[in-house]
Design a protein around this ligand. Sequence first.
Ligand code: AGP
Length: 606
Amino acid sequence: MCGIIGYTGPLEAKKLLLEGLAGLEYRGYDSAGVAFFDTDSHIRLIKQVGKVASLKEAMSKIKEDSHCGIGHTRWATHGGVTVENAHPHQAGRVTLIHNGIIENYHQLTEEFCLEGKLKSQTDSEVAAWVLDSLYEGDPLEAIKNLVHRLEGTYGFCILFADRPGEIYAVRKVSPLVAAYTHSGAVIASDLTALIPYTQKYFVVPEQEIVRLTPYKVQTYNLETFEKTSPEIMTVNWNLDAAMKNGFPHFMLKEIHEQPEAMKNTILPRLNRGIPDFSDDRIPDSLFAECSQVHIVACGTAMHAGMVAKAIMEPLLRIPVTVTIASEFRYQDPLVDERTLAIIISQSGETIDTLAAMTLAERLGAKTLAIVNVKGSTIARESQYVLYTHAGPEIAVASTKAYSVQLAALYMVACRMALVRGKYTEEQAKAFFSEFLDVIPAMEEMIERKEEMKRVVTHLINSPDAFFIGRGLDYAFSLEGALKLKEISYIHAEAYAAGELKHGTIALISDQVPVIATATQDVLFSKMISNVREVKARGAFVILLTKEGAEVDENLADVHLTIPAVKDQFTVFPIAVVLQLIAYYASLGKNLDVDQPRNLAKSVTVE
Ligand code: AGP
């Protein structure tokens, strides 16, 4: 999604804006631009299609200093990838950048007779022209009147031609964080662009306007313009955490960080060997009184929910439903006041997930959010929040966030079993003691990464790949397929192994790669039969089992094993295997591992 950076202060703004945009590249984008006040206090505008590097090249020709400006990386929503559609957009005295979607921009185009003025196909430029039409010298008044006319979502940073050195901002749903630092005033769409300058920041409150000057950051009530004081928060990770630190890619670094992330998420919540959420201010009544659990998320987070369902239902004997957030919103879901809605989101800014949470609450559900980014919108707006402590996840392909989401869900499952009488204290302790075995198992698979590297030679030239499994193995095959397709662009599909012969096996032909996961003892023989079925049709089979599994040596083309943790915990070492297979496949195809095409790290538009 779009990245936003704004700065005003004593430092050289162009350099700082470019550094900020570079820190936001991981969000995914297709063009970039900056606008800044030059030494004559005129606003200069530079926009480029492509990477921040080409914007930097274009800006290197400008020698004069600047101390106030805004920068933007665009992930196209309205209009193609062109220089005209790149931000910032200039409209009369207004220059602005925007993250979000203005839903009534056609109506505004007509109402303000903008047809002849527009240079782009974007909703953002329409907003700029409307603001210019409303501007009569008072930025706060003009912004208030603009907001009253807008429908949709936005995070705006705005320059007014007659206000050199000042930046104005306002948001609705799209994220913005800001700070006044020893280097001046900074605002951005997320913390990665802020942490080089400060550990203290605030989330720009909705329905408030922010004015940044070189000496102060002030927020105002949108309607009354009364000065307000937003809550100051502390960044819970440092700059190193958001850097590669010697790894070739963020994704590989984050795969390696998983054991540490698991410890940071789990250990602070263990009380006499049992998960305890007292410090998270999550009451046991939340788990004891619900009659059903409804998990809502997108992408990898939703796949974590699928694993949770496979664990929770046998344990708790209540319905556990998993719904894709963008579907949940429009389904009229069966949710009531006895529903526990678990909302999973790494970024805490995914708009579909946020909207689904709002709907669940409106239907009476209690909401528990499992979120990695502290202070994010979903974290702030849910009734209860269970933070994971994976640190910043920069690679678009989620890895450590998936593992810690699962860890949080396993802790919730264990706590729920205890408070609902499905587990005695001894049983809960035993469950969790065995659960902790997954951390050394993950460390071992990371150490054995060369085994996964060798596997991909059979994958990277194939247009398709199939991931098959049963029960829990199917639930995490979904994630394996997503990882592979999103960073290697190989069409990958996860399939319940028993379902293959009802159609999809027609696609299995000579050397089609099939990654078969068989870690569940109770389903092992069935899985082996399914492997034989695809093998008989020429598939190239990569079989994943626990070590010690008895497998005919000529059954699979490649047989990878994981440490023999208990069946209900195999997802953790297997996740490392599937992540590394995807990573090395992407590398083998010389693709952009950390910033795959078309994708964004946080999907803040519908
Ligand atoms: C996962 O590799 C993807 N990057 C994507 O599916 C992601 O999990 C999804 O967009 C949800 O994001 P969130 O966890 O930040 O809400």
